[in-house]
Structures are given as C-alpha cells and as structure tokens.
Write a protein that binds this ligand. Structure first.
Ligand SMILES: Cc1cc2nc3c(=O)[nH]c(=O)nc-3n(C[C@H](O)[C@H](O)[C@H](O)COP(=O)(O)OP(=O)(O)OC[C@H]3O[C@@H](n4cnc5c(N)ncnc54)[C@H](O)[C@@H]3O)c2cc1C
Length: 565
C-alpha cells in the first residue's frame, strides 16, 4: 500500500477542517487535508443564513459577549459547557474580522459596517451574512487561503476508512482513492476529525448526501465516545416535499408561519419570540399543529413572505426564493411556501474539550459538527454552527501546533493492511445484504422512532432494530464488482457508519428519561436538573451494545432557569 507521511492529517475539507489546516500549516508543519468531495463541495457550502458574532463597535449598543453567551446557554437548555460558550462569544468578532480580511464579501450597512440580523433565540441581532449564501462565501474564502500554502496537500475524492492506532496513540488513517479504489496510508502523529454531520440517517433531512456521519462511526469503532448523541436538531422550515432548507433568515427578515386556518400559530407557543423562538420549540409547535389537524394534506404548513415585497426578497433571500420556485413551483413573493420540519444538525459529537482535544486517544482532535465541544448543549441556536467551525477550528489548530512541537513520531503502522483488505470484502462477496435495503430501514427507524417526539416504547424498538441492522450489515455486499469509481462500495461504508452512530443516538435517547432542548420525551415531558444536568458519553462495545457513562456540565455563571421565549 502506498504510504505518505505528514505531521498532521485532517479528515474533512469543510470550514472546520480548512480553518485548522490554515493554522497548522502557518506554523510550518506538513498537513494533508482528506475529503471525499472536492473541499468547496463540503456541506458547509450549503449554509445560508449566516454566522453569529458580537463585533465591538459593530453590534447593537446594548449587546455584549456576555448576553451572547447567556443566549447560547439558555438556547441549549443548560446542557452547554459555559466556558465553551464564553470562548465562542469572546472570539466571535475576531474570527469574522479575519474572514472579512481574507476576502469574505459580507453584506454591509449603509455606513460600511458589517450588516446584522436577528436569528432565533438572540436577545440582540448578531447574525452576519453574505445574502443567503454565507457558507459558500466563507468556504471559498478559506479554501483560497489554504491553497496558498505549499505545505498543505489536498487529497480530494479520497474516502477515509478508519483510523490507524498504535496502542493509545493515533498513527494516521487509511483512505481509498475513489477513482481507482487504491488504498493509501497517511501517517501522522496528529489527526483531526472534521467530517461534518449525519443528516442521511434520517428519512427527511436538509443535509447533503455526503453527510453520513463517517467521523462518528470511525471514532466509535476506535473506542472513542460520542458526547450527547441523543440531541438531534430538526429545522422547522424545510421545503415540502424535497426537504431543501428554507433558511431561518426568512423568518429573521419577517416571514411568518401559518396553519391551514391562516393563523400565526407561534403566538400561542412562544408569545414573546413568535416565529423566532429556538428551533426545537418551533419544530415541536409545528408538529403539534399538524397532529391536531391544522396542517395541509400531505403534512405541511405555510411560510408567508408575501408582505416583504418582491424587491426585498430578491435582495436578501434569493436562495429561498429560487428553491421555492424551482422545487415547489411557488412564487414566494405572491404565494406562501409549503414547509415542514426535517433533521438539520447533530448537537452531539466526538467528545473534546475547549482545546479540541479528545482524552481517549493521544493525538486525536475533533472540530466542527463532528465534535461536541458542548457549545450548543441540547439545542443549537441558528448561525452558531458556522461560528463554531471557525472559532474551534482555529483553537484546535493552535492546540495541534502545541502538540506537534512536543510529540515525536510513533513508528508502527499495525493494522493498515487489515483496514484496506476489509475494503474489498464487499466486492468479493457474491450475495448478502445490500446497503440500500439496510439504509431504507435505518432511515425509517430513525425518523419514526427517534424523531421530534420520543418515548420508551419507540426508542426501545429502535435500539433492537438497529442492533439487528448492525448484525446484518456484517453480511453486506455490492452488485458492482468494478474498481473504477465504485460508489456502491463507498455507500456500503457510509451505511456501516450510519448504523453505528444511529445506535448511539437511539440508546442515549432511551437512557435519558427527561425532556431537554431537542430531546422531547412524551413519557418524561419535563426537564429534570436534579438527575440529568450531565453529559452522556456513549461507547460502542464489541457485543453490539452502547455503554453509557456521564460527564459533568461546566457551569461558570448561569444557574438553570425555566426556559421561556
Ligand atoms: C442546508 C444547511 C444550511 C445551514 N445553514 C447554516 C447557517 O446559516 N449558519 C450556521 O451557523 N450553520 C448552518 N448550517 C450548519 C453548518 O453549515 C454545518 O454544521 C457546518 O458547516 C459543518 O462544517 P464542518 O466543517 O464541520 O463539516 P462539513 O462542511 O460538512 O465538511 C465535512 C468534510 O468531511 C469530509 N468527509 C466526511 N466523511 C469523509 C470520509 N469518510 N472520507 C473523506 N472525507 C470525508 C467531507 O468531504 C467534507 O469535506 C447549515 C447546514 C445545512 C445542512
């Protein structure tokens, strides 16, 4: 097998991976960035509404970083590590300025300062944006910056199979060049997982087809736990029936949710914040409206932009307008957009602290949606994820630089051949389970049993069903036997990762007998701080089960209070 040696290998070419790559490369270390798609096609490019930031001299005069941290803590229903939230807010202005300097074309106010708008759960408006294509603009800016380093090698269209370990030390990873299926061992003493989210485990999701939770599966199989996997975000406004996201920017600019009686129903559920309550609350309220018969046939509600005027919509919400026009045949300046909630974001992730370090494997770091630093707790506020990818991408980059300065290389490369050989098993097998069948069952199970409203029966069934899928997945095979861009093989690997992470989500959700943020239990409908103000740590065990441990929530300033909007 081909082998190449680096100081740091970064799994993922989205915002988090590229931000870290810039910092590690800037310190003179040799970096590999591995991505299963060309980096600028990462899901970060799909982010629309914006990035939250308190910028000194460029924010509401009453706002300050402490308000911002408080909003995050309350938005996350007090499961947030408060030191992590404070760091996020404190560094937010600086990071947006850096991206501005590197060329990101932020919308401006008439006086030239960076424009801002309200997003859900914010006390003051803080969301900075590039129309409704913010992620695309930021990702291109970062990629361009990273491309200027001669010490970063990009492995685009390489699929990462697994981590290589030497005892408790990370020793790089094995990937496969997708074009010809040749394996490659990328050896390194520091490894960053920045592989993004997992929307594809749900039947309805706003995520790209590449968001298959590979990094979570890889981490779980290496003995690394996921923190708080039971917390999955459902975004309220996804286009019916395609589930394409209609950004929260639409409601931030004044769009209103309505039921089949033309009522602004959010007034009932969130009398102060209305349509701009946090996403968990809006998604639940929408589902209740539909369950009580006030939805439209097929299962959707309406998002009304018509009062904003065509000119304003075309200036600020072009993507939402185009999506509604192209995929639902609706002219949003004149008609209401059909929307329903769908999976959007994973609050859980690889357990790391505020330096991006995982304490289970020496040399392993994680950042972005793949990580759980715990800034979002039980529910993420809109426009805080882009911010997290950049702030914690950079913090983790700095930590990796310190680590590389201190640690010598580890020599062994045990296990690399085995990882690569496994890759061909799916091709060699002539019969068995096809990934497509397993995936359909997985998506149904997760949507029906581990969705917006949960209970013991549904979750218990989900755990059993997923354990069964995991057994069956050992017998996966693919019908395409070629070694030329065999996408079926990669889909099979993705399915394996999706099953592993889904089992962690369902088991943790069954275990948490309370309601908090996005985790709503019909059978335990209230938050229980006495027993549950703690993080879940979920470990995958060889006997096909998930072992649960706990970790304290870090509280600095804010004691839990009732969460009212
Ligand atoms: C439609 C949509 C709109 C959004 N809008 C906003 C918004 O307005 N504001 C906000 O704050 N957040 C928003 N979010 C959330 C936010 O965009 C994401 O959480 C964030 O961009 C994730 O960035 P990342 O760098 O962690 O991962 P990603 O950008 O998802 O990148 C993951 C990388 O990992 C690579 N990868 C994964 N698995 C493998 C493998 N096995 N082998 C090789 N490479 C692999 C991929 O190729 C990719 O390069 C939105 C999300 C969606 C889906």
């Amino acid at each position: 097998m081909e082998k190449k040696e680096y100081d740091a290998v970064i799994l993922g070419g989205g915002l988090a991976g590229l931000m870290a790559a810039n910092y590690v490369a800037d310190a003179g270390f040799k970096v590999a960035v591995v991505s299963k798609v060309f980096p600028t096609r990462s899901h970060s490019a799909a982010a629309e509404g914006g990035i939250a930031a308190y910028i000194n001299g460029n924010s509401d005069p009453n706002d300050d970083p402490e308000f911002m941290s408080y909003d995050e803590v309350k938005g996350g229903d007090y499961l947030v590590d408060q030191n992590a939230a404070e760091l996020l807010s404190d560094k937010s202005g600086e990071i947006v300025r850096i991206l501005d300097t590197w060329g990101a074309p932020f919308n401006r106010q008439p006086d030239g300062r960076i424009a801002l708008r309200y997003f859900g759960g914010q006390t003051y408006p803080r969301t900075r944006f590039v129309a409704d294509k913010t992620g695309m603009a930021l990702l291109h800016t970062l990629f361009e910056h990273a491309s200027g380093f001669s010490n970063i090698d990009f492995y685009s269209e390489y699929y990462v199979l697994d981590i290589v370990k030497d005892g408790n030390n990370v020793n790089g990873l094995v990937a496969m060049e997708m074009k010809n299926m040749d394996p490659i061992y990328l050896k390194s003493r520091a490894l960053l997982i920045a592989s993004g989210g997992l929307g594809m485990v749900y039947k309805h999701s706003t995520n790209s087809y590449i968001s298959t939770g590979d990094g979570y599966g890889i981490a779980l199989r290496s003995g690394v736990p996921l923190k708080d996997p039971e917390f999955v975000q459902f975004h309220p406004t996804c286009l019916y029936p395609s589930d394409i996201l209609i950004s929260e920017a639409a409601r931030a600019e004044g769009a209103i949710l309505k039921n089949n009686k033309n009522e602004r129903f959010m007034a009932k559920y969130a009398p102060h914040k209305f349509d701009l309550a946090p996403r968990d609350i809006v998604s639940r309220s929408m589902t209740m409206e539909m369950m009580e018969g006030r939805g439209f046939e097929g299962g959707y509600l309406s998002l009304d932009l018509t009062h904003l005027g065509r000119e304003y919509i075309m200036e600020r919400l072009t993507l939402a307008y185009d999506a509604a026009k192209t995929f639902a045949g609706v002219d949003a300046a004149e008609e209401m957009i059909p929307v329903r909630p769908a999976q959007h974001y994973f609050m859980g992730g690889i357990d790391v602290d505020i330096t991006g370090t995982n304490s289970d494997l020496n040399g392993l770091f994680a950042a972005g949606e793949a990580a759980c630093v715990s800034v979002h707790g039980a529910n993420r506020l809109g426009s805080n994820s882009l911010l997290e990818t950049l702030v914690y991408g950079r913090e983790t980059g700095k930590t990796m630089v310190d680590f590389l300065k201190k640690h010598k290389n580890v020599e062994s490369s045990d296990g690399t051949e085995e990882i690569a050989n496994n890759a061909y098993l799916y091709i060699k097998k002539e019969t068995g389970e096809h990934f497509g069948t397993l995936l359909d069952e997985l998506k149904e199970t997760m949507w029906n049993n581990v969705g917006i409203f949960r209970d013991e029966n549904k979750l218990g069934d989900a755990v059993k069903g997923l354990q069964n899928l995991r057994e069956r997945a050992k017998n996966m095979y693919v019908t395409d036997k070629t070694t030329n861009y065999n996408t079926e093989v990669f889909n099979a690997f993705e399915t394996r990762n999706m099953i592993d992470v889904s089992l962690a989500i369902a088991t943790a959700a069954l275990n948490r007998t309370e309601t908090r943020g996005a985790h709503f239990r019909n059978d335990y409908p209230v938050r229980n701080d006495d027993n549950w103000m703690k993080h879940t740590l979920a470990y995958l065990k060889p006997d096909n089960t998930i072992e649960i441990k706990y970790k304290s929530v870090i509280v600095t300033k804010w004691k839990p209070e009732p969460r009212v909007y």
